[in-house]
Design a protein around this ligand. Structure first.
Ligand code: PBG
Length: 324
């Protein structure tokens, strides 16, 4: 036998020497939730270890994440009042915009502050856009609202906007509005290939979602792989700086396709259901929790994602630091 691949696996140093690349804490994005009208952080039962924050606890948790080395903080807001057009999303005093100011004040430029840009937390019907007279999500009527959200989020201090609504033309609409308002340096992370996934289940509790029905008329069909490239290319042409694939673990083929075909940075979102399933199995003693956190993140990185949004960001950052 001439070829023995096991030679390069003999010691930890040998394995480290030939490792194809490793994730660093700076590549991790921590999704966080701020809720209006609560006085204490509220645990999210389906996502053990995650909280709906007050403005105060948000600042503390953000500082802790940055101390651990996490590179990005992605904020979702839960308003006390919703309405059909999601008016709290564009109000400068809406909870998300207030939370963004708190985050920027707390961490400055030490982490990339990313605002979730979507209407679903703010609308009384829970859809990501406004509805037409037939009750369908009205793509073109939603775009000016997203554009105004973009400007308010930039004013509130976001470095990057995470466009998660899956409206056609949303990147172009937000880019034009940002530039017209002088925010030429605020970057756009577009959820380009976002699938209509059951893995978002626990997130619905996290944001008190009012949705009845589903999002299959605007998010992608889980059966479609080639279509992801159409979405990605459109978003890049419209001015996206980073494109995201979501969910991550069950969509690694898509992460790999996109990463291989474009030069722009690719992000992947390890979503709530991916987190909750593993936490639940670990709580039952069925799997080794830390080992699988590391393995799941490594797999997403191996598929080509340069950055990963994960609810384990803080813990994983500490694990990565300790392993260096
Ligand atoms: C919608 C949005 C969702 C998630 C992030 N942004 C839910 C959805 O599209 O239904 C899910 C994130 C997760 O499950 O962790 N703006």
């Amino acid at each position: 036998m001439i070829h023995r691949p096991r030679r390069l696996r003999t010691t930890p140093a040998m394995r480290a020497l030939v490792r194809e690349g490793a994730l660093t804490p700076a590549n991790l994005i921590y999704p966080m939730f701020v809720r209006e009208g609560i006085s204490e952080p509220t645990p999210i039962s389906a996502m053990p270890g995650q909280y709906q924050h007050t403005l105060e606890s948000l600042a503390d948790a953000a500082r802790e994440a940055v101390e651990a080395g996490v590179g990005g903080l992605m904020l979702f807001g839960i308003p006390a009042h919703t309405d059909p057009t999601g008016s709290q999303a564009t109000s400068p005093d809406g909870i998300l915009n207030r939370g963004l100011r708190v985050l920027r004040e707390a961490v400055g430029d030490r982490a990339v502050i990313i605002a979730d840009l979507c209407l679903d937390e703010f609308t009384s019907h829970g859809h990501c856009g406004v509805l037409d007279s037939e009750g369908r999500v009205d793509n073109d009527a939603t775009l000016p609202i997203y554009a105004e959200m973009a400007v308010q989020q930039a004013k509130a201090g976001a470095h990057m906007l995470g466009l998660s609504g899956m409206m056609d033309g949303q990147v172009a609409a937000c880019r034009a509005a940002l530039d017209a308002a002088g925010h030429t340096d605020v970057a756009i992370l577009s959820y380009a290939a976002k699938y209509a996934s059951g893995f978002y289940g626990p997130f619905r509790e996290a944001v008190d979602s009012q949705l009845k029905g589903d999002r299959r008329a605007y998010q992608m069909d889980p059966a479609n792989r080639a279509e992801a490239m159409i979405e990605v290319e459109l978003d890049l042409a419209e001015g996206a700086d980073v494109v995201m694939v979501k969910p991550a673990s069950h969509y690694l083929d898509v992460v790999a396709d996109v990463s291989a075909q474009i030069a722009a940075p690719v992000a992947a979102y390890q979503v709530s259901g991916e987190y909750s399933m593993l936490e639940a199995a670990a709580a039952n003693g069925w799997i080794q929790r830390e080992r699988l956190i590391a393995e799941s993140l490594t797999s997403i990185h191996r598929a080509g994602a340069r950055m990963i949004a994960t609810y384990w960001a803080v813990e994983a950052a500490r694990m990565l630091r300790n392993s260096l």
